[in-house]
Design a binder for this molecule. Structure first.
Ligand SMILES: C[S@@+](CC[C@H](N)C(=O)[O-])C[C@H]1O[C@@H](n2cnc3c(N)ncnc32)[C@H](O)[C@@H]1O
Length: 380
């Protein structure tokens, strides 16, 4: 049962954070997490078992995303078969999400039981920020690659800032389809159907030739290992079967396509990049910028300007951002490109090199992408 928007207005601390996560779960289609977060928020407003077990994290900042860490930690326990009573309610392991008040109460009790029973593991499980790597996000990035391939007749080097497991770097190897068209290999293991809507769509008559795929992350995830797969799967919402399916397909595609993952801060990685003659350098980031401080963003921006200044006609640079433009709980992620130099195909939209142009919007987990006439973003 989703809460009324004003229901949690006067909550503070973790109670407020879980209330916000409740609303995010409602908007992003997870009734199971909407219910759990609502119950947690109400419990955390006073004395309760949950208040006690989460006491060490009571003073966290909203930006620490503690609710998502806690939800991920408990999902991980379920995936490890360490919380069998809760597994009954989790579709990700064959359970059935509750459909009535009795079920919701039983599910919530089992969820708190799991946290209390495994309290000794919580410091380790909650230590790092949530790491989602939803391959649905690659649908917008695949469109950006089509725009790049149509703009320059050059091989493409792709570098991702905050890559997690590097699944977005497979973008050109995914079959992305929409009513009336498709891009990407016909036989791909990973299909994103009904992925694009709106107008005008990116060109579908070119094929990007990607010759370099590199992703950097403070904590890269190796999805060839059980640990890596468990880690990523734990942050997918357990009642979202489609997302779980595409993550499993992406794990298999990742076995076929080599990607280089580098453990380094994205500002450092960016600093080491140079345009190369005969190739276009595409640097992208998706669902990552909100992790950065204002100083880090300013530093990255300075380096983008330097990279842009070093770009030439036969060694262009394109920055692709698929990020929230507004507050971090909104569902909307704008796809914004900046071109150095501006190619002929984009000259109607970008007056100067580096001018941001928005081409599409997409929800938090990526699908569907809605393309729009290129325009300056409302908030750059
Ligand atoms: C929400 S995930 C998004 C992953 C991927 N880009 C996607 O769209 O699915 C954000 C990633 O950024 C990484 N990250 C956050 N701050 C970073 C930094 N300063 N340097 C490198 N990676 C960072 C996190 O470790 C995490 O894997």
């Amino acid at each position: 049962m989703p809460g009324r928007p004003d229901e949690f207005e006067d909550r503070r601390g973790l109670a407020r954070d879980f209330a916000q996560q409740h609303h995010a779960a409602v908007r992003n289609g997870s009734p199971l997490y909407a219910d759990l977060c609502r119950a947690a928020s109400l419990d955390l407003a006073g004395a309760s078992r949950l208040t006690d077990v989460l006491a060490p994290w009571a003073d966290s900042r909203a930006g620490d995303l503690v609710p998502l860490r806690v939800l991920g930690a408990v999902h991980r326990l379920v995936l490890e078969r360490a919380a069998p009573a809760l597994a009954l309610w989790f579709p990700s392991v064959g359970g059935t999400a509750p459909t009535d008040a009795l079920g919701r109460d039983a599910c919530y009790e089992a969820w708190v039981d799991a946290l209390v029973e495994h309290a000794d593991r919580l410091p380790a499980l909650l230590a790092s920020p949530p790491q989602t790597n939803d391959p649905g996000r690659a649908a917008a990035l695949a469109g950006a690659l089509q725009l790049v391939a149509a703009a320059y007749d050059l091989q493409v080097r792709v570098h991702e800032l905050g890559t997690s497991a590097g699944l977005n770097l497979l973008a050109d190897r995914i079959r992305v389809s929409w009513p009336g068209g498709a891009i990407g290999p016909y036989g791909s293991i990973l299909r994103l159907d009904d992925a694009w809507a709106g107008h005008p769509l990116p060109p579908d008559d070119v094929s990007p030739v990607v010759v370099e795929r590199v992703g950097c992350d403070l904590d890269p995830v190796d999805v060839t290992t059980t640990e890596g797969r468990l880690h990523l799967t734990s942050f997918v919402w357990p009642d979202q079967a489609e997302r779980l399916d595409r993550l499993r397909d992406a794990f298999r595609l990742a076995e076929e396509v080599p990607v280089e993952l580098v453990r380094v801060d994205l500002v450092e990685h960016l600093r080491g990049l140079r345009p190369q003659r005969g190739t276009v350098l595409v640097v992208w980031n998706s669902s990552t910028w909100f992790y950065l401080s204002a100083d880090q963003r300013a530093e990255a921006e300075q380096i983008f300007q330097e990279l842009g200044a070093a770009a030439t006609d036969d060694a262009p640079v394109v920055h692709v951002a698929r990020e929230y433009l507004g507050d971090m709980f909104t569902t909307s992620h704008a796809l914004v490109l900046r071109w150095w130099p501006v190619p002929e195909s984009q000259s109607a939209y970008a007056a100067r090199p580096g001018d941001p142009v928005q081409y599409a919007d997409s929800p938090a987990h990526g699908l569907p992408v809605t393309w729009m006439p290129p325009q300056p973003p409302e908030r750059p």
